[in-house]
Design a protein. Structure first.
Length: 154
């Protein structure tokens, strides 16, 4: 007999996913503002060139900060995913370990950016996501292990 822990309702999962999607989409409003400022519309003639350039810079920097906030959540979801890959037996355990390491890479890089440091460690910690993608595309899951687990829960 197995026990299931931390089960959440589909409604809660959908709300969390919707919130994260909404947050990412709202960040794109900054890019739309830049496009509007650079469109050369008649109503923008009240601004000097320097003022328009300053506004464009402001919105581009806001977009960058929004990406830093989103990157925290991109990193945090890698830990439970890596743990599940590690425990599942359907995929190599090293992929799960690399995904969990990637979690910390995203979070560290985001917080370093908020503190004013330009740290780029995603190159080193993004290998888990890349290798998981390649593994699933080329090799797939261990079907024998999948069927064995499915029989346990049936």
């Amino acid at each position: 007999m197995t026990t299931r822990t931390a089960e959440t309702s589909p409604l809660v999962r959908a709300r969390v996913a919707g919130f994260l999607y909404l947050m990412a989409m709202l960040n794109e409003v900054n890019n739309l503002a830049v496009l509007q400022l650079l469109s050369g519309a008649d109503y923008l003639k009240v601004f000097t060139t320097e003022q328009l350039q300053a506004l464009v810079t402001l919105f581009l920097r806001l977009h960058g900060q929004g990406l830093n906030i989103a990157q925290i959540f991109w990193g945090l979801w890698l830990f439970p995913m890596g743990y599940l890959v590690f425990k599942s037996g359907f995929l190599p355990r090293i992929l799960g370990i690399l995904l969990m390491i990637g979690c910390f890479g995203y979070v560290i890089q985001s917080f370093a950016a908020f503190l004013g440091y330009n740290v780029s460690i995603i190159f080193f910690t993004g290998w888990g996501e890349l290798l998981l993608l390649l593994w699933l595309l080329i090799k797939g899951v261990n079907v024998e292990q999948w069927n064995k687990r499915a029989a346990e829960f049936a």
